[in-house]
Design a protein around this ligand. Sequence first.
Ligand code: GLN
Length: 484
Amino acid sequence: MHQLTANEIRKKFVEKEVSAEEITRYFLEHIDKIDHKVGAFLTLFPEQALKRAKELDTKRDAGQHLGRLAAVPVAIKDNIHIEGEITSCGSKFLTNYRAPFNATATERLLAEDAILIGKTNLDEFAMGSSTENSALLETRNPWNLDCVPGGSSGGSAAAVAARLVPIALGSDTGGSIRQPGSFCGVVGYKPTYGAVSRYGLVAFGSSLDQIGPLTNSVDDAITTMEIISGPCQKDSTSLPKKLEGLSDPLPSPLTIGVPWKFLEQLNSETREIFEKSLEIFKERGAKIIDVNLDILSSSLAVYYILATAEASTNLARFDGVRYGRRSEKAETLSELYNFSRTEGFGPEVKRRIMLGTFVLSSGYQDSYYRKAQKVRTKIIEAYKEAFKACDIIATPVAPTGAFELGEIRDPVQMYLADIYTIGCNLSGVPAVSVPAGFTSEKKPMGLQIIGPQLCDGRVLAAAKFFEEQLNLNPKMPEWICHNG
Ligand code: GLN
């Protein structure tokens, strides 16, 4: 069962080959066997999941309509709300915080009869690239337990890679779905900004954040996107119209842009896997052209000014009064703010709040924040210009495969893990990470495919084409395959 895709699981359920209860029990047992080694889940809901499964069995036996994810177990990153459950954001600040409502994405999954199994680990408030910034749990990469799963949606990526669930939701502010997708050898999709409602996603960088799926097949990513995308009254930045053509065919002939100059520094192994991926398209008639995205060499600097500015504002609401932790040592109001934040936040979150507050401070706003906004506009224009000459853009997802736990200690070096992904968040364009091969150390690596805004269907079609033609093996870590 753990080898199947979500679409296959639903089919077996609908055709009465297996009951929702059997599916749910199977996955809960699989999690039990595997997750003490991986550490993907922060919380599990076995009782609620089984209760829901039984309700679905009754519904099926009564011949009622079954949703598109009927009986499919789904995991949710722990910065996305499920009503009545803890939303910890991987932070000590929120270990006692229960979500008062469902995120829109959660609501839509439930409306299609998905079974929510649990919440997955993440870098604290989604700030990080390895999930090592979680204050609550260590997550390991199922392909190599000494390595990180990537981040910040490392728990979701590891859960899907270890086949603990066929679908998990993540959030992507600068690469947090795609980079762990690449490290864990799964499909990770970041939609066009605004395609999926952010209502019920704990805000990090509001102009960058998007919810998206991590799955074992592009088809499952398409299904999930069809369900969770669409306008939402409760998020003023959600797009007014539903995305169209999510399962459209790939344009032909296809022109792929590659920003070669920006990719100059690629190490030989990453380059080799990337060039082989391009060959697959080329052999099947695609044209590869050079596009100019040199401006992306500034994207890391721009991102770490804008994302921290937005984060410092968004995280101001954690004041010891309204949400989560309240310091017991505080005697005055200002101590309450100060101590609650000192006790509740980890070092990376504090670093970002300080940096964000600095770039927004009156003396420095013009030289940092405003300047970064201007360069952001230039980045948006550069993508637009590039897409005049090509249908999609291809790059690696990350400079390397998964690194070892504890290997990267310098925060700035960690930020470099997102060099190829953050440009897409700054410009709001859709992008996917799709498994492309393995390094000599047998670590997975993804190919990133990027499309113009609103052309999510084209990105997914290209990913699906690539997945079919490549037919990568092995599809899962050996120990997971046999442990089922
Ligand atoms: N790694 C990036 C950061 O630390 C991106 C995080 C994300 O996409 N949530 O900010």
